[in-house]
Design a protein around this ligand. Structure first.
Ligand SMILES: *Cc1c(COP(=O)(O)O)cnc(C)c1O
Length: 406
């Protein structure tokens, strides 16, 4: 029996009508809000009467109604008590981690992370805050346990690691986190709808809304989902990382993201179906393809046991072209001659995006770190789009492959 469906949960959030009865919600552009009684103001400043507790709005960098609605929808999708949005995925990640960790505390993180997150943890936080991170293979519980110290506060992972598509065993990680009194923070950017980390025991989910959730590669945004208490703490007027560092989401941006949520489930299903189709065809051709939806993938069973199956195995696969040179030739051919997609970083666009991970999104890693996490020089990450006819797209791909002798 179905217990939790992200799409149904999101649809259960009360519809927000526009101020003239419009079927779309209005954009609340005000940066400051009135109170009816002057004595309400001190209460809000003491953090006792904000919108998250049924009170009122104060100032645009604190809660904004339009941004708050988007936060509530994303919280529903993730099965969170509460949620709020920020100006980018990176600000959501940094905001969440800086809220949990104080000076000189410690994080245990996966050794395969988005390049920006990796640089934040490895270089920036140690320099500025003395918050240190130990990077481990999170599929090995012994390695995680061994890395935990008395200063550790967080276990940090991505639901599906970039670009090797290793999926995190969130229930197991949650057990370890609970045993040591740590928070498990999961970046679910690659797999909205597919995985519900909070339902598997994670404490906080972060998203880059720049990818699948927005779907058109035209908006940068982020979100943090978790307990009411945690989201309120981010907005604390004296100690809140979102409130005080100020990576605020603009209400017009929140509105635009909100308008794409109704078709997120449909898009995810289509991205997944197409990625699976390509991964299968490429594997049949004898090529070295990584996709968690292929029964030969070493985590096919784990992924299958954790995902909501109707949304598939995600829209991303990786193809090893052998060398960086051949990878580049293939991508150029697919972009210029075949019209198959674009050579660009990022993912979740309605068109196909291709990038050679080792020299782009994972270039923050040293050669040895890349080897350890399985990022080979010729590895191309494909974020499969959803336009065009599938057979037409396969013919384009085949032409590209033939042109580089693959
Ligand atoms: C893109 C991305 C981020 C960063 O998001 P921005 O919106 O670009 O700041 C973080 N994590 C993952 C997995 C990403 O793909």
């Amino acid at each position: 029996m179905k217990t939790f469906d992200p799409c149904a949960e999101m649809a259960s959030v009360r519809h927000e009508f526009g101020e003239h009865g419009g079927v779309n919600m209005s954009i609340e552009a005000s940066t400051t809000f009135t109170v009816m009684h002057a004595d309400t103001m001190p209460e809000i400043f003491r953090g006792q009467f904000g919108p998250e507790t049924g009170g009122c709005y104060l100032y645009g960098r604190h809660f904004n109604p339009t941004v708050f609605t988007l936060g509530r929808q994303l919280a529903a999708m993730e099965g969170a008590e509460s949620g709020y949005c920020s100006s980018s995925g990176m600000s959501a990640i940094a905001g969440a981690l800086l809220q949990i960790c104080s000076h000189a505390e410690h994080i245990v993180a996966s050794h395969t992370l988005y390049g920006g997150t990796y640089a934040l943890l490895k270089d920036y936080l140690p320099r500025v805050t003395d918050i240190r991170t130990t990077f481990v293979d999170v599929s090995d519980p012994d390695k995680i346990e061994a890395a935990i110290t008395t200063r550790t506060k967080v276990i940090y992972v991505e639901s599906l690691a970039n670009p090797t598509l290793v999926c995190a065993d969130i229930p197991k990680l949650s057990q370890i986190a609970k045993k040591h009194g740590l928070m498990l923070v999961v970046d679910n950017t690659f797999t909205p709808m597919i995985f519900s980390p909070l339902k598997m025991g994670a404490d906080v989910v972060v998203h880059s809304l720049t990818k699948y959730i927005n779907g058109a590669s035209d908006i940068i945004g982020g979100a943090i989902l978790g307990s009411k208490e945690f989201i309120s703490s981010l907005m604390d007027l004296h100690q809140g990382s979102l409130m005080l560092l100020g990576p605020t989401m603009d209400p017009e941006v929140a509105f635009r993201v909100h308008m794409r949520l109704p078709h997120l489930a449909i898009r995810m299903k289509e991205h997944s179906a197409r990625a699976k189709f390509f991964a299968e065809r490429l594997a049949q051709r004898g090529l070295d393809v990584i996709y968690p939806g292929l029964p030969g993938h070493r985590q096919f069973d784990l992924f299958s046991s954790l995902c909501h199956p109707e949304y598939g195995y995600g829209g991303i696969f990786a193809l090893d072209a052998g060398t960086e040179e051949r990878a580049n030739q293939l991508m150029e051919h697919l972009q210029i001659q075949c019209n198959f997609g674009f050579i660009a970083v990022s993912l979740g666009y309605f068109e196909t995006l291709m990038s050679c991970s080792g020299s782009s999104t994972s270039s923050e890693l040293s050669d040895e770190e890349k080897r350890e996490s399985g990022i080979t020089p010729g590895l191309i990450r494909f974020s499969i789009g959803l336009t065009g006819d599938l057979e037409q797209r396969w013919q384009q791909m085949e032409r590209g492959l033939r042109s580089v002798g693959m």
